[in-house]
Ligand binder design. Structure first.
Ligand code: SF4
Ligand code: SF4
Length: 415
């Protein structure tokens, strides 16, 4: 079920290799099969009948991080992201998912199962991993560096309508994603605190479900549809100014990948585009009100040195890179230091880091070296996945802590 319109892109590839130097997997593996050009040629050969689906082809294509750096660099306008998304569906429908992925998909598709899994993981980390100081790793991340799950669902506790503080100037809908709902309650609280302080009423629909990006970017596009359509029904509202996300993966998915998915499957895309037009990273919303932000004036003596990591889906799918930096610049006691390669992938990419451990480690080590070179005490970012990867790999003494940009901002709001 490879979309006909995307097949044409394969014939625009000039084999110029301009995509090669920006590809994180090629930089680690130095082999054509791990480079965008090589991958595009393999897809072309497959569609022309010269290559069949094998485990080797699957490895070459599933070891792509889907970071979109190649699509951005291609002078011929080859939509490599869409080529790879379509090809993953071919692979998935021929070879099927592995057991671990099947279990993950089942959990992401069922909120009750996901909450049950989160509860078990919380008990496990508090009663077994922490007291016994178990040193095992999951992929490249030591178990004791994995985040502890929330006590219960953030959404179920925050309430469906959080009123604005003071006079209401607008209303936004907050799509929390699974990470904030079940793991990063600290981020959820910061987002709500900042938005309501700006005079925004925040709606948090309790029945929103997983954005399903991990499902459909693995190739299981049809399996993701029930969740995708449920979210579109919930989010397609005319009475909100914006749909706010704090997760680059959810944001990139709802803004770009979901409309692509619907289009490639020949489904009606109208609702998906309506919703996509309202998706904003929380930093984009906050900078619109930067002048009114009730931010505490702090002393500039001994400032906190902060660097910023651009999540792939935020900088490329959502095209958001300036607003988080503007927020950091607005904090008196923050000294911002730009890192080299800030927009290069952290190597995490969700389950990628657990399935392609060696490549992931290579990509991550470049990022952590760039972070360390800044001497920053804190790394700010806008994606729970990047936060998990960086927290799990910045393990040396003196390494910075990793937070969401909104957490830094929330700490500096006037009471
Ligand atoms: S940059 Fe574009 S045209 Fe050049 S090899 Fe890569 S995909 Fe092909
Ligand atoms: S999406 Fe990223 S990892 Fe995949 S081929 Fe393109 S640049 Fe390489």
């Amino acid at each position: 079920m490879f979309a006909e319109a995307i097949k044409e892109d394969l014939y625009s590839c000039l084999k110029c290799a301009m995509c090669q130097p920006v590809c994180p997997t090629y930089r680690v593996m130095r082999m054509e099969r791990y480079a965008p050009r090589g991958r595009v040629q393999m897809v072309k050969k497959y569609l022309e009948g010269d290559l069949s689906i094998t485990k080797s082809l699957q490895e070459a294509l599933m070891s792509c991080i889907l970071c979109e750096a190649c699509a951005q660099a291609c002078p011929s306008g080859v939509r490599l992201d869409r080529v790879f998304e379509n090809m993953r569906m071919e692979l998935h429908e021929t070879l099927g998912p592995k057991f671990a992925k099947k279990a993950l998909f089942a959990a992401l598709q069922d909120p009750l199962l996901m909450r049950l899994g989160a509860g078990i993981a919380r008990v496990g980390s508090r009663m077994i991993v922490a007291p016994l100081n178990i040193e095992w790793k999951l992929g490249n991340i030591p178990l004791n560096r994995l985040p502890v799950f929330n006590r219960s669902s953030f959404r179920s506790r925050v309430g469906e309508i959080v009123p604005a503080k003071g006079a209401r100037v607008g209303r936004v809908l907050y799509f929390t994603g699974c990470a904030t709902d079940l793991i990063n309650e600290d981020v959820g609280r910061a987002v709500v605190k900042v938005l309501t302080s700006l005079g925004l009423e925040v709606l948090v629909p309790r029945d929103q479900v997983c954005c399903s990006v991990p499902i459909f970017l693995s190739g299981a596009r049809r399996e993701a549809l029930p969740n995708v359509q449920k979210n579109l029904d919930i989010l397609d509202r005319t009475d909100v100014d914006a749909i706010v996300v704090d997760c680059a993966t959810c944001g990139g998915g709802l803004k770009k990948a979901v409309p692509h998915l619907m289009e490639d499957l020949g489904l009606d895309t109208e609702k998906a585009h309506r919703v996509a037009s309202k998706i904003k990273d929380v930093s984009e919303v906050v900078v619109e009100y930067l002048e009114e932000l009730p931010i505490e004036r702090k002393t500039k003596e001994s400032p906190l040195t902060v660097t910023y990591h651009d999540p792939c889906h935020m900088v490329r799918s959502m095209k958001v890179s300036t607003p988080p930096r503007q927020l950091l610049a607005a904090m008196d006691d923050v000294r911002f230091v730009e890192m080299a390669g800030a927009d290069q992938c952290c190597g995490g990419a969700g389950s990628f880091q657990f399935e392609h451990v060696e490549i992931s480690a290579g990509v991550t080590s470049r990022k952590t070296a760039n972070i360390r070179a800044t001497g920053a005490q804190t790394v700010a970012t806008g994606c729970p996945g990047c936060r998990l990867t960086l927290t799990g790999n910045l393990l040396k003494t003196g390494d910075p802590t990793v937070v969401h940009t909104l957490q830094l901002l929330a700490e500096r709001l006037r009471a």
